[in-house]
Design a protein around this ligand. Structure first.
Ligand code: XIL
Length: 354
């Protein structure tokens, strides 16, 4: 992979910006090395305190981490006047001890909401609760977190089109996204503020329509002057959906022209429909990951690349995508025994991996 000076600068600067924005805590390994974006992974807050091999694998391979569920509203705000920062605090402490950078996920989402928040209907209450949550969470973790998923998954899936009919959309209309970004900018003036979405990468109708809906939202936000710094590609890829190289690159080029950065936030490969045995699955998973990263890096160097978990031992995948042959899903860079797979070699090719 050759790096033009502009790419190296873009890559270097992106990484540097990521680290420099946060407090000194993150000014450690989250910069990436050799002009490569830093690699990181989502951490399951319940497994972290329990399993040493899990902690060791994260500390060894990752440059930054993100909480899989510890910074979501249902965890942080079980009741309107009660906050639970326990799991998130533990991960922040772990990151500090291992000089890891951090991403924050997610300040505003339609899902993983406590019942009281799902019941919000007035614009005034929605406005107040969004701003209160963003202020409290950023105030507590702003020194460690260099990049925030401010709004997660704003676009519908087919058969719906356009903006997702969320509790926030119903209460505040499409302006809720701009409101959240302005609140986040106020609370974290230097952090990388990210609009995060899934299903933008592949060649099927659903992904094409979603790319168009997402492109329109981003264009509208940029025209309004919303403080969006980067686009988050969740990249939950799958074995039976090829990457739409042309479609995705056209979208990324447009974002780059808008002055936006790109970050890969939740990479994994759904192997449910991939044929066994495990060695073949591992080869196909690595090939899909390579196809995707090569497509992205040809247009823009991401500011970071994170996988949604690090080991097949602990992943969300079987909950909705268990393999019909009962084999364990093999969707992440390390197998259930923390042994690196070809997927990890692909990540090493593109990223700064420990
Ligand atoms: C998932 C977690 O992995 C699960 O453990 C949880 O039950 C639901 O959320 N997109 C996102 C992530 O932005 O927050 C989701 O994480 C996966 C899809």
């Amino acid at each position: 992979m050759t790096h033009s000076r502009r790419d190296v600068l873009r890559g270097g600067l992106g990484g540097l910006a990521l680290a420099a924005t946060a407090g000194t805590g993150a000014l450690t390994r989250a910069q990436g090395a050799g002009g490569r974006p830093p690699f990181g992974a989502a951490v399951n807050q319940w497994i972290l305190p329990k399993e040493e091999p899990y902690r060791a694998a994260i500390a060894r391979h990752c440059r930054l981490v993100v909480s899989e569920s510890g910074m979501k509203w249902d965890q942080l705000r079980p009741a309107p006047d009660r906050w639970d920062f326990g799991p998130a605090d533990e991960l922040v402490e772990f990151a500090r001890q291992h000089n890891l950078g951090m991403r924050g996920h997610t300040l505003l989402w339609y899902d993983s909401l406590p019942d009281w928040a799902r019941a919000i209907s007035s614009a005034a209450q929605a406005d107040r609760e969004i701003k209160l949550t963003i202020d409290r969470v950023v105030e507590r973790y702003g020194a460690q977190v260099g990049s925030w998923d401010v709004v997660n998954e704003p676009i519908e899936d087919l058969p719906q089109r356009g903006m997702r009919e969320s509790v926030w959309y119903r209460a505040l209309g499409p302006g809720y996204v701009d409101l959240a970004f302005r609140a986040a900018r106020g609370a974290a003036p230097k952090a990388e503020l990210v609009l995060n979405e899934y299903g933008l990468e592949t060649a099927d109708e659903g992904s094409r329509v979603k790319r168009e809906g997402f492109r329109r939202l981003v264009r509208d936000l940029m025209d309004r002057g919303s403080p969006v710094d980067a686009i988050g590609l969740q990249a939950h890829l799958s074995g039976d959906r090829p990457i739409d190289r042309e479609g995705l690159q056209a979208l990324l080029r447009e974002f780059v022209e808008m002055g936006l950065k790109v970050t890969v936030t939740e990479l994994d490969v759904n192997d449910k429909m991939m044929p066994g045995p495990p060695e073949l699955i591992d080869a196909l998973v690595a090939a899909r990951a390579y196809e995707f990263l090569d497509t992205v890096f040809a247009v823009v160097r991401p500011t970071a690349v994170l996988t949604w978990g690090i080991t097949d031992r602990h992943t969300w995948m079987p909950r909705w995508n268990a393999r019909p042959d009962k084999l364990r899903n093999r969707c992440l860079p390390l197998d259930e025994n923390y042994v690196a797979k070809p997927f990890m070699s692909v990540l090493r090719h593109f990223c700064d991996v420990g």
